[in-house]
Design a protein around this ligand. Structure first.
Ligand code: BJ8
Length: 426
């Protein structure tokens, strides 16, 4: 990697803390990803992206800013990338998946806050996230209570925090609220960027984001093959890079990877032996570099073949219908698309469980792991009924609740291994 010290300093990063984070990350990455056997060649691009995730990509953001483009950071898949692209902005994901400076975070947040929120604060207070520091606007959303209240505390710490309200029910009123919020968001984007959303810019943005989602949907479908042509870890990595990379380049790289994987399927080549136990994982999003549970699963003679998660199919399975001749009509299509997202903050939320069943069937999985972050009320509360419904439908389910620390890794591994054994005996 080139020397980016100057750029990091200009962003106000704490260089010592940042170096420490990059070194831990780099080592973990080599150990977890580069040690895998028979990886697809196409993963080299994603290795490169990860190697440059705080380097070249940030330089690209800084260059975009120098050309007058705005960088918009967000924490949730309800924030439409299409709207950001329509003002020629750059959208970046800010969710953090590492236990960094939780002591700092706990000076502002209760201890019983989920790791995802604590990590966002740990990164901010530790000044180690160049994406956050490069963002002209940070977008929060009223989803779970934890995030809602955390944004009140985050507001004074960032340059420009914009909070979007979100519905909690799948009603007509809920959809109207979402559309009204997206309209307000367009106004905000137009103001900060000085550019207008037009029919042409919005249509182009919809096409760009649809293409990106189609590429990851293609990848998701290929994973139905046995033997699995790609590990769950690598597929998760692609879904994580989704939130950081340039959308057009990302789409192209995923499609190239898929070309290779389709050949592998044709030739019967896999990363695990044919007949390896196949699992779908469902629940809280796994933001980069949260690879904890997939590492445990894939070192327990099982492979993850799908993620029902916002970093996974919940974030990408719907496309926006390209129709409408006015900005408002296209916004209707965008709203329709986003209103499908079945996050556990909605009540009731039956489609999520239905989709887990569908995934299990389509991907020929033998069981489901329900993954919740500790203190995440929406997903923990939903995990009981989801487990009951899945088991009632004959789908073995393992419910895990964990955080970002490695303290419970041994215990989790024992439970995962026992679950895989149970599936083998079926
Ligand atoms: S659409 S899942 S990205 S809100 S883990 S912070 S829910 S307490 S992340 Fe999410 Fe949007 Fe929903 Fe998806 Fe709260 Fe739970 Fe923490 Fe969470």
């Amino acid at each position: 990697m080139s020397d980016y010290t100057q750029m990091w300093s200009s962003l106000g990063l704490d260089l010592k803390g940042h170096d420490a984070l990059l070194s831990v990350l780099g080592n973990a990455y080599s150990e977890i990803f580069l040690s895998q056997k028979n990886r697809p060649e196409g993963m080299k691009y994603f290795d490169f992206v990860m190697g440059e995730v705080h380097g070249l990509r940030i330089k690209e953001l800084m260059d975009a800013k120098a050309q007058g483009r705005v960088v918009i950071g967000s924490y949730c898949v309800f924030v439409p990338e299409e709207l950001v692209l329509a003002v020629d902005g750059v959208a970046v994901g800010l969710c953090a998946g590492a236990e960094f400076n939780f002591e700092g975070a706990e000076t502002l947040l209760p201890r019983n806050t989920c790791s995802l929120i604590k990590a966002a604060f740990g990164f901010k207070l530790g000044k180690v996230c160049p994406y956050l520091e490069a963002s002209d606007v940070v977008v929060g959303e009223n989803t779970c209570d934890g995030k809602k209240k955390a944004y009140e505390i985050l507001g004074p710490l960032v340059k420009d925090l914009y909070v979007m309200d979100l519905p909690q029910t799948k009603s007509e009123a809920g959809k109207a609220l979402l559309k009204a919020e997206y309209r307000k968001f367009i106004k905000k984007l137009e103001k900060v960027s000085g550019k207008k959303v037009t029919v042409a810019s919005l249509k182009k943005a919809v096409e760009t984001v649809n293409a990106k989602r189609m590429a990851v949907k293609r990848l998701a479908a290929i994973r139905a093959a046995d033997p699995a042509p790609i590990s769950g870890l690598d597929a998760l990595l692609v879904n994580q890079v989704f939130f950081h990379d340039d959308p057009v380049r990302f789409t192209d790289s995923v499609n190239k990877l898929c070309d290779e994987l389709e050949l592998r399927v044709k030739n019967g080549t896999g990363v695990f032996p044919k007949g390896t136990t196949r699992l779908v994982i469902s629940g809280c999003p796994m933001a980069v570099p949260n690879w904890k549970v997939p590492v445990l699963v894939e070192s327990s003679k099982a492979v993850i073949v799908g993620e029902e998660s916002c970093v996974g199919e919940r974030g990408s399975r719907w496309l926006t219908e390209v129709k409408g001749n006015t900005v408002d009509e296209i916004l209707d299509s965008i709203t329709d698309r986003y209103f499908n997202i079945d996050c556990a903050v909605f009540t009731p939320n039956p489609s999520r469980c239905d989709y887990v069943k569908e995934m299990k069937k389509n991907l020929h999985a033998q069981g489901v792991i329900h993954y919740s972050l500790q203190f995440c009320q929406p997903y923990i509360m939903e995990s009981g009924p989801v487990e009951k419904e899945l088991e009632k439908s004959g789908i073995p389910t393992l419910r895990l609740e964990t955080d970002y620390s490695q303290e419970d890794a041994g215990q989790l591994k024992t439970r995962i291994e026992a679950f895989v054994e149970r599936l083998k005996r079926k």
